[in-house]
Design a protein around this ligand. Sequence first.
Ligand SMILES: NC(=O)c1ccc[n+]([C@@H]2O[C@H](COP(=O)([O-])OP(=O)(O)OC[C@H]3O[C@@H](n4cnc5c(N)ncnc54)[C@H](OP(=O)(O)O)[C@@H]3O)[C@@H](O)[C@H]2O)c1
Length: 430
Amino acid sequence: MSAPLRIAVAGLGTVGAGVVEILQRQTTLLSARCNRDIMITAVSARDASRDRGVSLANIAWEENTVALASRKDVDVVVELIGGSEGVAKSLCETALAQGKHVVTANKALIAHHGGALAKLAEQRGIQLMFEAAVAGGIPVIKLMKQGLAANNYTKIVGILNGTCNFILSTMERTRRSFEDVLSEAQALGYAEADPSFDIDGVDAAHKLCILSALAFSTTPAIDGITIEGIRNISAADILAAEELGYRIRLIGITERTDRGIELRVYPALLPEGSPVSEVDGVYNAVHIFGDAVGDMFIEGRGAGRGATASAVIADIMEIARGDVSQPFLVPAASLATPVIVPMEDYESAYYVRLHVADHSGVLFALTRIFSAHDISVASFIQHAPKEATHGVDIILTTHTTLEKRMNHALREISAMPSILSSPCLIRIEE
Ligand SMILES: NC(=O)c1ccc[n+]([C@@H]2O[C@H](COP(=O)([O-])OP(=O)(O)OC[C@H]3O[C@@H](n4cnc5c(N)ncnc54)[C@H](OP(=O)(O)O)[C@@H]3O)[C@@H](O)[C@H]2O)c1
């Protein structure tokens, strides 16, 4: 048996305490599977006095978290603090510069600085691993780097945020409003007190740009992603989508096209029965398309103590076994800056809900505007007003058209006096 692999854990919150707990509980199993012991030699967090629910006996406590990176009794630094800057970034940079392997669950850090950190790791001949940063417990990065490595990837579609998926699938099942279900998600611990990172799509975008970098050999590029969240999805949209044979889910898509890479996170209408539309609750899923394998769909827990710790420990075990891989599959120095297709050049079918005054002639005016922009309407539903004083909801779907045409048409439509509130536009992904 080789000498034990000595690890330092920075951050002892949900994931960090989970990692410590599982490493301690599964010691014998992990040693047998790696043919080597894994031992925690040092830890750090903000508050040394806090009870973490795990034993820290015989483990050094480091007051200065970044100093973990320079300890002589540490081979691997496990960063479980979070955030794209500050202590997490300094710790990872220092650890790599000191020749220590880094394992992290930090999607924000990898989305912003993954390219530079990967270069540093490769220059030093050490490992930078971040399986837990994307889709929690689902081993999608290992799948892309190992089992599917022979493929040219063409497209990846993911449900990458469990909070949004819980909210949308619960709205669908219970017919409740967005605000009501968001409060429930907060009470259940699925959403933060400030839920904006999740519900505005930023968290999913961080994960998507990591998958895109792996698939298309580019540097992670968070700045070029089109990001829309789910705040504007109403119970009326969920109901209308159902009537049309669709479900609404927040998805991330990265796709290679002739014009560049399309990178987008937004709520979309997905045909009922398609694998991604069937993902319920806090689950995540990834649908990968490769030229040799065809397509592959995996689903599992995208967050939480156990699932995330499971992914972190799988990375530690890979290092313990001496497996070597490049963080983004190809040499970091060869990662290209992605050419991202502007959203206005994107082509899709669209769902549009308009709240309009219940006057004659409104529908005629709407169809005239769509036709002036060369947009062909595919279907139309009108929901009768519940009370005489309210307007009506008109729901239209279009055939495939250019996003910029839809934007121009909706700008004109919004200026019509009979339009009572901002139009709701959702893309349809077939
Ligand atoms: N939670 C999940 O389900 C999940 C899933 C996938 C990925 N992740 C990622 O995993 C990482 C950790 O998430 P988490 O949910 O475990 O977070 P958390 O529960 O908030 O824990 C964060 C830990 O970092 C420590 N910390 C914060 N600021 C620090 C600083 N300036 N110096 C030293 N320590 C500091 C905290 O110390 P104190 O405890 O002393 O305050 C705490 O122990 C994040 O990158 C997150 O995106 C989380």
